[in-house]
Design a protein around this ligand. Structure first.
Ligand code: A3P
Ligand code: MG
Ligand code: MG
Length: 397
């Protein structure tokens, strides 16, 4: 089951025995005890502007407003400013970590690096969601790159060039339904609290043309079992005001209107992803806009994130979040010890890059990338493993 096994004779990158692992398909049977997950606390927020420039401001923050029912989600499709496809780089999150580290240091000293040493995982929220819901994922495979540096695991999604092209080259139908999701965000948010936008030349309630480069992100600190984590991700909007806490965060989602038991079961399955995506950043509320197949908004419904597991309990397609947390904890610990074993009995001047492959119904493989694999990951950029050089230098200082 192990792939990408490097050839030890050829590669001086690999100097000792590498413990590669195969983890059997994550089980969906109930664990004996539940693994605690700490309520996420915010470290900082940042914004991307239309040119994808990052600033540590709340310039991209949006406020929730009730969208007008009957709104056409197709509105503005021709004017969609689409963010160019990108590999799942961790660079922006590392900028945030670096900044948080300075604050943690309490002015001088290396309190910041001490703080970082206690963090087991640094990852985007999307990656952590994929890991946690793996026990219930029976369709899509995924791959990650992982590094262990000073006791911290860094994750990035591995997006091959072929996959990137495929994402760029969406079928018109898929492209349009993806747009509906962003359009719903525009209809449901305003640049001012509690007031619908009145933009001239647009229907009332339209929050402005969609530009998917612009995003507001939150970076939080949390803990799964004994593993402290720093997680970053996009927050769609806030209710009323943002006072530095996660309490007013709102996640927006669209879904096809439910017309029968089959639709309902499908929606309940989707709730698993909605739940963990929000839960990981401490987002307490999810507003779902239900739409017709042709993109007319029919109803909206607000869900309290923590109550979602109760809604699906006992249903035919039920899922149980404790299974996901148990699996996530198990996986992260095995991954960490696998990487630790390897680095402790090997002399390397450059940290290794590992590949984690998840295949539905089969399981997870952990293997070391060879030089060629690392070159592909770096794509000619100035990196140490997949970490940007500046971050590496900073961590070694
Ligand atoms: P919906 O959430 O209404 O499906 P997010 O919900 O994470 O804030 O993402 C906003 C929108 O981005 C989604 O709207 C969807 O249209 C699009 N999107 C997010 N992840 C996607 C994915 N993996 N594939 C295609 N579209 C995606
Ligand atoms: Mg979003
Ligand atoms: Mg959303």
């Amino acid at each position: 089951a192990i792939r990408n096994t490097p050839d030890a004779a050829e590669s001086n990158y690999l100097r000792s025995e590498i413990p590669e692992r195969h983890l059997a398909y994550p089980s969906t049977s109930s664990p004996a005890k539940s693994v605690p997950f700490q309520q996420p606390t915010p470290l900082l927020t940042f914004s991307y502007d239309t040119s994808r420039t990052l600033s540590f401001t709340d310039s991209a923050l949006r406020y929730y407003v009730d969208p007008p029912l009957g709104a056409e989600l197709r509105y503005g499709y021709e004017r969609w400013i689409k963010r160019p496809g990108e590999k799942g780089r961790i660079d922006s999150l590392l900028k945030a970590v670096s900044r948080a580290k300075q604050t943690m240091g309490g002015g001088g000293g290396d309190g910041g690096s001490e703080w970082l040493k206690g963090i087991g995982v640094v990852s985007w929220r999307g990656v952590m969601t994929k890991i946690l819901i793996a026990p219930y994922e029976n369709r899509d495979a995924w791959e990650l790159n992982v590094m262990l540096v000073d006791g911290t695991l860094y994750f990035e999604e591995h997006v091959s060039d072929a996959k990137l092209l495929e994402m760029e080259d969406m079928r018109p139908h898929h492209r349009l339904s993806t747009y509906y999701g962003y359009s719903f965000e525009s209809w449901s948010t305003s640049s001012r609290p509690d007031r619908m936008e009145e933009l001239s030349g647009h229907p009332p309630g339209w929050g402005g043309d969609v530009d998917t480069s612009v995003q507001w992100c939150s970076v939080v600190k949390t803990k799964l079992g004994d593993m402290r984590m720093v997680i970053g991700g996009e927050v769609d909007c806030v209710r009323d005001k943002f006072s530095g806490q996660t309490a007013s965060f709102v996640e927006l989602k669209t879904s096809l209107a439910i017309r029968g038991p089959q639709d309902e079961a499908k929606f309940e399955k989707k709730l698993l992803k909605f739940y963990f995506q929000s839960f990981l950043l401490g987002v307490p509320e999810i507003v779902v806009g239900f739409r017709t197949p042709s993109g007319r908004l029919t109803t909206i419904q607000s869900f309290k994130t923590i109550q979602i597991p109760r809604l699906v309990r006992g249903k035919p397609d039920a899922w149980d979040p404790t299974i996901c947390l148990h699996w996530g904890n198990h996986f992260l610990n095995i991954l960490k010890s696998t990487l630790q074993e390897s680095s402790s009995n090997a002399e390397i001047d450059e940290p290794r890059v590992w590949r984690v492959k998840f295949r539905p119904r089969i399981g997870i493989d952990i293997s070391l990338l060879d030089r060629e694999g690392v070159n592909e990951v770096q794509a000619g950029e100035e990196r140490v493993g997949f970490l940007p050089r500046w971050y590496w230098d900073e961590s070694q200082a």
